[in-house]
Design a protein around this ligand. Structure first.
Ligand SMILES: [Zn+2]
Ligand SMILES: [Zn+2]
Length: 278
């Protein structure tokens, strides 16, 4: 909710004319309570998770039906049946709605406390980019260590094993995990905005980024890197990073060289492992 009744009042407060983006933000958010603006995160997450992997999933299913090769896949011999797509989508959508949604809604006091603002002026593109870069680095660092801890025997057996059910990842499997893991990984995502507070629109952008389409494109280098982690399976002690690879490099857990020529099938032909820490 903006503390201005009219556009003229808003422009007087900002001290200049509004940009088109600010005018649009004013029209949209002026009478919506801040809590409702924050709640937008939940449908945004669900929408991006539903739509981003869809083109490649449809492509894979169509080529599979016609028995055509899947050259875009990192493990081309692995073919997920339609039921695997549906099972994966339904499981993750359920976690997003039943676990992530309520936690998002309940975390609003923390969002207020760290100083996330909704007013004008809107942040510049440079400010937004700099903040998101900091958030990515913070998330990557904390995410690396959480992922490493998830590979200790107890945490792997009780939580992280679910994410490793897919030994040959596909788009819909990227956020497929135990509900506790999805919640735990929300902490590194929130740590950045807590350290460097931003505008609500940057929060929307940021919380959709963990589901960034580039993570679903199998040709993207980061996916190949993570694919190796899945290929190795539960006993993997390498390639814990998700976006950047500097933590693996610093802590000596990168296995980039071993990745070359190592993409053969593992698990059954549908891309499922046996779920054990073999
Ligand atoms: Zn893992
Ligand atoms: Zn993964």
């Amino acid at each position: 909710m903006l503390p201005y009744a009219t556009a003229a009042e808003a422009e007087a407060a900002v001290g200049r004319g509004m940009t088109w983006a600010e005018a649009a933000w004013f029209r949209y958010s002026a009478s919506i309570p801040d809590y409702c603006l924050y709640c937008h995160n939940v449908p945004i997450l669900l929408l991006v998770y539903t739509l981003a992997p869809l083109p490649l999933a449809l492509l894979e299913l169509r080529r599979r039906r016609r028995h055509l090769p899947l050259p875009h896949k990192l493990q081309p011999g692995v073919r997920h049946p339609p039921a695997a797509f549906l099972r994966c989508y339904a499981a993750t959508a359920r976690v997003l709605l039943l676990a992530v949604g309520p936690v998002q809604l309940a975390s609003y006091p923390a969002v207020r406390a760290v100083g996330i603002r909704t007013g004008l002026p809107l942040p510049s593109a440079g400010e937004t980019a700099a903040q998101v870069a900091v958030y990515l680095l913070v998330e990557d660092y904390l995410g690396y260590w959480i992922h490493r801890l998830l590979h200790t025997p107890w945490a792997y057996h009780h939580i992280h094993r679910v994410h490793h059910e897919f030994t040959a990842p596909m788009g819909y499997a990227a956020p497929y995990a135990h509900w506790a893991e999805i919640l735990i990984l929300g902490f590194p995502a929130f740590a950045g905005p807590a350290i460097v507070p931003c505008h609500m629109t940057t929060i929307w952008l940021w919380f959709k980024l963990p589901f960034d389409p580039t993570k679903y494109i199998p040709l993207y280098g980061g996916v190949e890197y993570h694919d190796y982690h899945h290929f190795v399976g539960g006993h993997s002690q390498s390639n814990f990073s998700s976006v950047f690879t500097f933590c693996d490099y610093i802590y000596g857990t990168d296995r980039l060289k071993e990745m070359a020529g190592n993409h053969v099938e593992k698990g059954d032909e549908n891309g499922f492992g046996n779920g054990k820490q073999d």
